[in-house]
Write a protein that binds this ligand. Structure first.
Ligand SMILES: CC(=O)SCCNC(=O)CCNC(=O)[C@H](O)C(C)(C)COP(=O)(O)OP(=O)(O)OC[C@H]1O[C@@H](n2cnc3c(N)ncnc32)[C@H](O)[C@@H]1OP(=O)(O)O
Ligand SMILES: N[C@@H](CCO)C(=O)O
Length: 487
């Protein structure tokens, strides 16, 4: 699926009119939410909220003037892309606790006129979602077509489904989990230790021009390894040596992977605040929808259609964590679709596999309808015709089903090749004697899932497509199976 870009964009800022009552019991006032809005104007049922991962922000798509890279999910958001801005209003926000415009530890505490630093209250994924909900309702948005997120964004998506059941009709959870595993917590702990043991950290009360960048850089270097895969690292770096760029243990050369990680560490400290890293990784570690006993109990209240996606080589959020979500949702009878995306990129695959993300998310958000695959010129037969004439038409047009029409062109029945075989055995002559009069049909904008459900429930293999009483097409189980094979 290709598509255009949303073009030049700007980040906007909204100050919440009401204070946030956080899960810890703390109250956070004067909360600013940084956001970007793309595509259509928000209207009931057309707004999609995009939730970012650990180091993401509100700049999900388009270009900021002067930047060399677009927003972090530009490949999936835009005209004709999965998050189709010709069809939807797409909004991305920066989470509270972040450092890209929304209120976080680096924001000025109105009481002290100094950065909050360690005085910033502990925040959770639930608090992030509550802030998004307050923001949206203050913008006059009281429902969502979908919430879409990867990694920590996927945790936010899941939280949306249980915190505000029914507010969002569709929930997309990518490369995520219903809880943080001990391994997640372990990586978070080492990253936080790297920051807090940096002498420049000063208990979190560091001057903004003397941040513990060394510790933050180390935290990012380690975390970034978890976003890649053994396969992608072999391919990207191998054992290549390259000229040393800076400290390299005194050797004249260093491995390509060393240089890459140092680059990622260096560029990360330019755009991220160490205290935000502490608060957000802690929020990720605290995330646990199983805390009331099981994931199924944690998801019980959810009211939405779900798409769960995992990445085959993701060893930070391995597919089993997504499969657990799917099994929990299935056990609750929820409407859930699941795909393991085949990718060598590891966890960050959800940021790189644009074609697969566009296809899978696009098909879920904007499902194929009957009109997309129906036979638009189906042969029909008049109810006054003979069985012989119907048989001849089926042979000539190589079909097994014929919608039967009244003289005014409206549908009055359907006859199948099996009906005709029975008729010949029973020596019937008139169509009226053998056709099915109580005809099941679909409309052109019904989804293929709904059509497939009718075919399956009634053990039939074709459905006339009817608009205004007139037959405008024909959908057969063969067309549906062709679609499945092409997927
Ligand atoms: C998901 C969210 O919510 S937002 C967060 C998304 N953004 C990030 O995580 C930023 C850091 N993460 C990344 O860059 C991720 O790897 C991705 C998925 C976003 C981008 O992946 P890729 O397109 O494969 O880029 P890659 O990871 O190779 O990094 C490319 C950069 O590394 C540099 N690089 C590549 N190899 C080397 C090397 N051997 N030595 C030094 N630098 C190197 C490139 O020059 C390039 O520099 P740039 O950052 O100035 O563009
Ligand atoms: N690499 C992305 C995904 C992490 O889960 C980020 O830094 O946010």
């Amino acid at each position: 699926m290709t598509g255009g870009s949303v073009g030049d964009v700007v980040t906007r800022y909204h100050t919440l009119r009401s204070p946030l009552h956080l899960e810890s019991g703390a109250v956070l006032g004067n909360v600013v939410i940084a956001y970007e809005q793309y595509g259509c104007s928000p209207a009931p049922g057309n707004t999609i909220l995009v939730c970012h991962a650990l180091s993401g922000d509100a700049h999900a798509a388009g270009m900021h003037k002067g930047d060399k890279h677009p927003g972090w999910w530009d490949g999936v958001i835009g005209p004709g892309k999965a998050l189709d801005t010709d069809r939807y209003c797409v909004i991305a926000t920066n989470v509270i606790g972040g450092c890209k415009g929304s209120t976080g530890p680096a924001s000025i505490n109105p009481e002290t006129k100094l950065p909050y630093g360690p005085d910033f209250p502990v925040i959770t994924i639930r608090d992030m979602v509550a802030a998004q909900h307050s923001f949206l309702t203050e913008l006059g948005i009281h429902d969502l077509y979908a919430v879409v997120g990867g990694s920590m964004g996927g945790m936010q998506s899941l939280q949306w489904s249980v915190e505000y059941p029914g507010f969002a009709r569709r929930i997309v959870v990518i490369a995520a989990a219903g809880y943080s595993t001990p391994m997640h917590i372990a990586f978070g702990a080492v990253g936080r230790a790297a920051i807090m043991t940096d002498p420049a950290w000063k208990g979190g009360r560091y001057p903004m021009d003397e941040k513990p960048d060394h510790g933050l850089s180390l935290a990012r270097m380690m975390a970034h390894i978890t976003y890649l895969s053994d396969q992608s690292m072999h391919k990207k770096f191998g054992r290549r040596l390259q000229e040393k760029t800076e400290y390299g243990y005194g050797f004249e050369t260093e491995f390509s992977v060393e240089s890459y990680l140092k680059h990622q560490g260096r560029s990360f400290v330019q755009r991220f605040d160490p205290n935000s890293y502490l608060y957000i990784t802690k929020a990720i570690d605290y995330y646990d929808l199983t805390r009331n006993g099981s994931l199924a109990e944690g998801l019980e209240g959810a009211d939405a259609k779900f798409l769960i996606l995992s990445v085959s080589t993701d060893w930070l959020y391995p597919p089993y964590l997504s499969e657990e979500i799917v099994m929990a949702l299935n056990s609750l009878g929820k409407d859930v679709q699941y795909t393991e995306v085949m990718s060598g990129f590891g966890h960050d695959g959800f940021l790189l596999e644009d074609d697969q993300m566009n296809y899978l998310i696009g098909r879920f958000l904007t499902p194929l309808t009957v009109e997309d695959i129906m036979n638009r010129d189906p042969p029909t037969i008049c109810g006054c015709a003979t069985i012989r004439a119907a048989a001849a038409t089926m042979i000539e047009r190589e079909v097994n089903h014929l919608p039967v029409l009244h003289t005014d062109g409206t549908l009055c029945g359907i006859v199948t090749s099996w009906d005709i075989a029975k008729a010949v055995a029973g020596e019937h002559v008139k169509l009226d004697e053998i056709m099915t009069k109580d005809v099941l049909s679909v409309s052109s904008n019904d989804t293929l899932r709904d059509a497939a459900r009718i075919l399956d429930q009634h053990h039939i293999s074709a459905l006339p497509v009817v608009t205004g009483g007139k037959v405008v097409g024909m959908l057969t189980s063969e067309q549906l199976s062709n679609i499945v094979e092409r997927r």
